[in-house]
Design a protein around this ligand. Structure first.
Ligand code: NAD
Length: 263
């Protein structure tokens, strides 16, 4: 196999993407599908799943809350039926969680953030690992952390705590599963450009009484490359990590963020 060929994931790779109906998860699911993989997604949002299904009918799906163990079990029943095994888990489900000083946060918001962002990682890993261990196709697990999994993030403590915890899970699982040929890595995306970020910037500009352009410049000031990342930048890293070229890459927390210097 040439180096160039080794940069493509093997055709027919069986991939599960959690929270894959929109955002980063959908970009990853579409990219794998385009690369010839067989892709199953799960998501909590029925309408978003239907939209993806009508646009890319080859992608099969389950409706599930990634933080509910019974739902996770049902997803794996569907995965068994649709894919008959698993070569790649992209554990992507995550929510922003609350914003505020630690003394003002509601315990229920802390618990929901831990539940969706961290418990889901454990539930999916537990069910996926036996399948990945049976795979002979360069099996790997990718967990979606964040730049908030390598930098402190004031006023977003629940989010940052869960995203750092994911890195701990990944580094430990890589050691546990390496002897069985299963690779485990985390992707740490930075600020992803698009409608959602435009909304965030617009809202903050309005709150602070500055122009949208000034607020955008403030955001870009933190990034060495002075630009945000795209959904495709993140999807490309996921594809690379599942390609033969990445066969010796495991236990890594890989940033795709233009080098964010602070949060
Ligand atoms: P998003 O908010 O766009 O949501 C993506 C999908 O997650 C949606 O379809 C939603 O329905 C689904 N979802 C939400 N809660 C769920 C649950 N409990 N069970 C199943 N599905 C659920 O998310 P995103 O911005 O694409 O982020 C995806 C991952 O990437 C998250 O883990 C996030 O923390 C991480 N991340 C995102 C950014 C960013 O700028 N977008 C940056 C760093 C890290």
């Amino acid at each position: 196999m040439s180096i160039i060929e080794s940069l493509r994931p093997a055709p027919g790779l069986r991939v599960l993407v959690t929270a894959g109906a929109s955002g980063i998860g959908a970009a990853v699911a579409r990219a794998f599908c385009e690369a010839g993989a067989r892709v199953h997604v799960c998501d909590i949002d029925r309408a978003a799943l239907d939209r993806l299904g009508s646009e890319v009918p080859e992608i099969t799906s389950s409706m599930a809350d990634a933080s509910v163990p019974e739902d996770v079990d049902l997803v794996f029943d569907d995965v068994q039926g649709a894919l008959g095994g698993l070569d790649v888990l992209v554990s992507n489900a995550g929510i922003a969680g609350p914003t505020g000083a630690v003394q003002d946060l509601r315990r229920s918001d802390w618990e929901r953030t831990v539940s969706v962002n961290l418990n889901s990682q454990f539930y999916f890993a537990q069910r996926a690992v036996p399948l990945l261990r049976q795979s002979a196709h360069n099996p790997s697990l990718i967990a979606m952390s964040s730049v908030a999994g390598r930098l402190g993030y004031p006023l977003r403590t629940p989010y940052a705590a869960t995203k750092w915890a994911i890195v701990g899970l990944v580094k430990s699982l890589a050691i546990e599963l390496g002897p069985h040929g299963v690779r485990v890595n985390a992707i740490l995306p930075g600020t992803v450009e698009g409608e959602r970020m435009n909304g965030v910037i617009g809202a903050r500009a309005a709150t602070e009484g500055v122009s949208v352009e000034a607020m955008r410049a403030q955001y870009l000031q933190k990034i060495s490359l002075r630009r945000m990342v795209t959904l495709d930048d993140v999807a490309a890293m996921a594809l690379f990590l599942c390609s033969p070229a990445a066969r010796n890459v495991t236990g890594q927390a890989i940033s795709v963020d233009g080098n964010m210097e602070y949060l």
